[in-house]
Design a binder for this molecule. Structure first.
Ligand SMILES: [Zn+2]
Length: 319
């Protein structure tokens, strides 16, 4: 099983059944989506991305460790609800992080807590430890879906100007993440975090059902406490196919197309884009079936909704 870990079609669910280990304790197993299996899945995807020649040729052992550690810990202690929910229920995390990247800040600070407790880096000088903690922070904070466009624009500009110098630590950190000094794995982590639509249909579909189940649970809670139901969280209106088509069209496709530009259309990038397109076609046909079976409705709300999905996903999404 472990010999297959570097292959894109790796079955993470089988891996979970076989091993049932990982950073598990600090993830909430009752979350349908944001649990240790998601963390393991993102880490496995990250491992595949770090092997892409365009990156691998320049990565230092520290880059690799940071990339994998950030992937494994990027959603640690996720409560299974999104930032708007934490803000409107006046959750202590929302006030602690002043309503900005609330979950991602919490994942990062929790990771630092675990790291310090483990004393994994205790042998390093203080400055180096602080530097590693900051780099982990910028990688994890980059997974905030609200910052998707910021990273995408930067990546596009770099690719257009052909000015990514992977010999330089800052550009490497950017591609691991995509920002300032020391950064190149951010983009890789962002891709790993939202790569579900690029997996084989059987796995991709399970992820879609899981994430929607988590959204619907939040919607049920909001309804129960008489709060406005958040975007994507209304089981009666927001169907899985329509949520997925919007997510793929506005969030996943643009990022993975640029990733393929960066990696230079490697077999992995082509494999991912092929899965993405095939999966989108399947969701479209499922959406179509839903519509034909509910033909008594005169207005096609779901189709209209996918048109407005980008805004909604940016407001409510948090993967
Ligand atoms: Zn995630």
């Amino acid at each position: 099983m472990l010999s297959k870990v570097g292959m894109w079609d790796f079955d993470i669910f089988l891996f979970d059944r076989l091993t049932n280990v990982m950073v598990q304790e600090d993830y909430h197993s009752q979350n349908p989506y944001h649990n240790a299996v998601h963390a393991a899945d993102v880490t496995q995807a990250m491992h595949c991305y770090l092997k892409e020649p365009k990156l691998a040729n320049f990565l230092t052992p520290l880059d690799i460790m940071l990339g994998l550690l950030a992937a494994a810990a990027h959603d640690v202690d996720h409560p299974g609800v999104n930032q708007p929910f934490l803000i409107k229920t006046k959750h202590h995390l929302a006030s602690l992080y002043q309503n900005v990247s609330v979950l991602e800040n919490h994942h990062w600070r929790s990771t630092i807590g675990m790291l310090r407790e483990s004393r994994l880096l205790a042998h390093l000088p203080k400055e180096e430890r602080q530097d590693i903690e900051q780099q982990l922070g910028s990688l994890i904070l980059a997974t905030d879906i609200n910052r998707q466009n910021e990273f995408l624009i930067r990546l596009k500009t770099h690719l257009k100007n052909q000015d990514l110098k992977l010999e330089d630590a800052p550009d490497r950190h950017f591609m691991l993440q995509v920002l300032k000094p020391k950064g190149k794995s951010k983009i890789a982590l962002k891709c790993a975090d939202i790569c579900n639509p690029c997996r084989l249909w059987e796995m991709s579909k399970q992820w879609s059902e899981r994430v929607c189940e988590e959204f619907y649970r939040q919607g049920d809670m909001e309804q129960k406490f008489d709060l406005e139901i958040s975007p994507l969280c209304n089981q009666q209106k927001d169907t899985i196919p329509s949520i997925q088509i919007g997510f793929m069209t506005y969030i996943v496709e643009p990022l993975f197309e640029e990733w393929a530009n960066f990696t230079g259309n490697t077999p992995l990038s082509e494999n991912m884009l092929n899965h993405l397109r095939r999966n989108k076609t399947k969701w479209r046909s499922l959406l179509h079936k839903q519509h034909s079976s509910s033909s008594s409705r005169s207005t096609d709300h779901s189709v209209q909704k996918t048109e407005n999905e980008e805004q909604t996903l940016n407001e409510g999404g948090t993967l």
